[in-house]
Design a binder for this molecule. Sequence first.
Ligand SMILES: [Zn+2]
Length: 378
Amino acid sequence: MIDPDRLALEFQTLLNIESPSKKEGKLAYYVATIFEALGYKCFFDRSSENTGSEVGNLIVKIPGTLPSNPIFFCAHLDTVGPCENPKIIFDKGIYRSDGKTILGADDKSGIAVLIEIGKVLKENVIPHPPIEFIFTTCEEIGLLGAKYLDYNLIDAKEGFVLDSENPVEVINAAPASYQFEIEVKGKSAHAGLEPEKGINAIHILSQILAGLSFGRIDEETTMNVGIIKGGNYVNIVPDYASSKGEMRSHSEEKLLNLQNLIQNQLDKVISSYPKTEDALPSGKVKFEKIFKAFNISLDDPLCKVVQKAGEKIGLNITFKRREGGSDANVFNENGLKCLILGTGMQKVHTTEEFIRLRDLIITANFVLEIIKIKGEMV
Ligand SMILES: [Zn+2]
């Protein structure tokens, strides 16, 4: 039923349509035209007002042949850079770029699979529940499309995000992520003439950071400091320094503990740092939630469906947790229970990105089988 040649051709077409974050318009309209031609209802939400993209998220509704709960599938429209003027090379069953751009299989492999599924469902009599496709914008710049998705337009309460690497590894858990920014204020003074009148913000900040642990904190938690700023002249005591970092964990509680740890460390260093006659050092830390963790139990019916679909077509499906965030974090947070499926894309976000056509075909068959199993369960 899946037509491998047609899938390959469509995938290649998608790879040639540039779609960096916020400039997904051309790709989104192309994809919408295909689904419209198949007779499916397509529309955009109004998320572009908040994401800054040219277009909203594209939603496609495929009516069910069975009266049952709808399911959704999602792929994101945008890619990271560099992506200008891609030259796609297909050799020995593998798609690559010429090394000057990313390939864009992340996540056009997911889009290609869903287009093929749309066609197969049109051409064949396959009992299936109502299906919704969600094509999000701005995934690569903070999951913005998913964050501003109009959830009132989505009827499904469970589904799948096609946005991972290995087609036989299904992601059922992902960590939460927070970013932090530490700011320290001191007092400037001439470093040679009157250093005792200054309070060195860089020195304070470095003491705060030196008292914290970074890297792998435990088996499910990481923390990184990635940016540090402060000072303008070597002969001036700097009055300001700041630093940004992030923390991830599969346990929200551990992230709260880390936040308390940073706050306490900051308070301790600030309060013990020598004051001058007329000035006190001060500091503050801000935390921003980037995404929430999710963890779908292996006993959940959604995992069972995936397991069964895999068995049916001879795939040995395993479940894994992943360390990055994706639209699935935001969907799960908004009550759309979902797993992440791999499409075969590899070395994503690099100019060495590649994908085997074989894996793309496996993914399409796997998704179709999931839909069939869902139909049989009604
Ligand atoms: Zn992706």
